[in-house]
Design a protein around this ligand. Sequence first.
Ligand SMILES: N[C@@H](CCC(=O)NCCCC(=O)O)C(=O)O
Length: 263
Amino acid sequence: MRRPVIGFVCDVTAVAGHPTHLVVEKYISAVVAGSDAQAILLPGLISDIDGKPLPQSVDYTEILDLVDGIFLPGSPSNVAPALYGRPPEDQVLPADPNRDALSIGLIRAAFEAGVPMLGVCRGCQEMNVAFGGTLHPKLHEVGALELDHRYKKDLPIPEQYAPVHQVALEPGGQFSGWVGGDTTWRVNSLHEQGVDRLAPGLVVEARAPDGVVEAFRHGAAKTFTTAIQWHPEWRFGEDALSSAIFREFGLAARARMAIRRAS
Ligand SMILES: N[C@@H](CCC(=O)NCCCC(=O)O)C(=O)O
């Protein structure tokens, strides 16, 4: 049986001095197994020899014609502040202009075309920015927030991705519905930036105890258009909400596949 094809937005980062397109494996394996899908990688914009993005026009339709869904993974890099109306000095390094140049336009085009989308961590932040929202460049410097959302770099990786705080799931929301009506969940947290102003049209699905938006969907989307600030891909099969997120994304992609193959 054919599986839907999910296009993964790549980071562009230096490996042994060369600009390299990459996606961390855990995202691919969660989508392949949890959404029952085939994965293809979508390069960010290509660079010149010094790693600067070359000016190019991107034909988003050409990309969207190849896929049944778009996945925007997490990354250590940060969205350029200019994309959400802040000065260049607010850039927290590392940056990834090649990824920004693909992802922001691709999110808007996928929304218009009704292509399912799932964003995680940086992908969540990109989706908020692409729809017109803003980010806190440094959440830990926002005075009123009681949580430190950053990860502890010195811990072994499994401990970095262990649940560390609760989120409140919106009563009556999709996430709550996927877990039998529960309205609290425990999640991991590995981010320095986060949603400041939520973009118009986005509907909150989960919030941290300090009020930070932890998950949303687009209320006017034709299909699954959802983003999560925590990392549901990490051992997704051990967590009912994470499993549901990948299952529902896969179902939406399968529905798109039926339309795409029929046309
Ligand atoms: N840089 C942003 C985004 C954080 C993020 O996506 N982290 C993922 C790290 C590695 C991974 O698990 O893929 C921020 O700090 O807010």
